[in-house]
Design a protein around this ligand. Structure first.
Ligand code: ADP
Ligand code: MG
Length: 339
């Protein structure tokens, strides 16, 4: 009897995987920025053209790649960050799936330049739709530059599905800000269509937040700090009188990774009980450091959701630490005379 099952060629498998990892230009921004952070860069530039539809480029001064690795990095499941399944529970890097570059190279035109510090020459690679076009030695500074052009050139349906430039640009800025907020020890700059949008010098968490969200943010921040065995919590919550109508300034970072958590958000809201008008949204910028073995990051391809071993304990700690901070800073309940 004949068989009808076939293994898909790599470029097809990559294109399918890309559907999960790369939804829009902002997904490319996130993956490239995280790779630059993992490469221990202290200076990262993001260059965007036409809201990422024509160009997303990230230039870093990190460790760079050897000639061999500069090809290998485009293979699926090729990673320098984990070796075995157990490593998933002692992660100290943003990446670990080894899928991003293979996915991006499957659906765009990619030009990569990379050089390691100790090497005389670097490598210049062009890869389009998973096909290597060229690889040449080149005189380069230390670090890596990734230019991603014509995203979704071979998937017209995906390209047409992209939203307006304003919307795509908003998503890009969101990703940029999240990574920048998590790493104030790195100098970040961002350019869109040739003009500088952000220039964030190396600083601390507070200053980084202020540099991103304007000087006015400084006066509304109340520091939060709590150290326990299961979490080292630090960060800032907004004074209730500065709360907003939308949830645009609410951030959780777990081990320097931006995450979304409805449950932890609820804990924060519980701490504000009685202090907010109906529907008002407080700002918060909360950094949780937890032992890597107590979380599972591998539950979602974009890694913005995390499973915690002890969610209930985190809830209680967050709520009480924030309540305490708000109390200490003499935040009085809102007296709402309109009611
Ligand atoms: P992951 O980040 O999950 O390992 P990627 O596909 O994003 O997977 O990257 C594959 C590999 O390429 C990384 O593990 C790393 O070794 C290398 N790499 C990617 N980007 C950079 C960079 N900017 N600098 C140095 N090495 C990089
Ligand atoms: Mg990566």
């Amino acid at each position: 009897m004949s068989s009808i099952i076939q293994l898909l060629p790599d470029h097809v498998a990559n294109q399918i995987a890309a559907g999960e990892v790369v939804q829009r230009p902002a997904s490319v921004v996130k993956e490239l920025l995280e790779n630059a952070v993992d490469a221990k860069a202290t200076d990262i530039k993001l260059i965007i053209k036409d809201a990422g539809k024509s160009l997303v480029q990230v230039i870093d001064n990190g460790v760079g790649m050897s000639i061999t690795d500069s090809r290998l990095c485009f293979e699926r499941h090729a990673t320098s960050k984990i070796r075995q399944a157990e490593d998933l529970f002692s992660l100290h890097t943003k990446g670990f799936r080894g899928e991003a570059l293979a996915s991006i190279a499957a659906i765009a035109h990619v030009e990569m330049k990379t050089k390691q510090d100790q090497e005389e020459l670097g490598t210049h690679i062009i890869i389009e739709g998973s096909k290597f076009v060229s690889q040449e030695p080149a005189v380069l500074p230390k670090g890596t530059s990734f230019a991603v052009k014509n995203l979704f050139f071979n998937i017209p349906a995906r390209r047409n599905f992209l939203k307006s430039e304003t919307v795509e640009q908003r998503h890009i800025v969101d990703e940029f800000q999240r990574v920048a907020m998590a790493h104030p020890n790195i100098h970040f700059t961002m350019y869109h269509n040739g003009s500088e949008m952000f220039n964030l010098p190396i600083s601390n968490f507070r200053q980084r937040i202020v540099n991103i969200f304007s000087g006015k943010t400084n006066e509304k921040l109340v520091p939060v700090k709590e150290e326990t065995e299961i979490v080292n919590l630090q960060g800032f919550v907004g004074k209730p009188e500065f709360s907003k109508k939308n949830r645009g300034e609410q951030f959780f970072f777990v081990n320097n990774r931006f995450i979304k958590s409805g449950y932890l958000h609820h804990a924060v809201m519980a701490a504000y009980e009685g202090l907010l008008k109906d529907g008002a949204q407080p700002s918060y910028f909360l950094y949780l450091d937890v032992p890597p073995h107590t979380i599972d990051i591998n539950i979602h391809p974009t890694k913005t959701e995390i499973k915690f071993d002890d969610e209930h304990a985190l809830y209680a700690i967050l709520r009480s630490a924030i309540k305490h901070s708000l109390g200490q800073f003499n935040v009085a309940p809102v007296l709402d005379f309109d009611r």
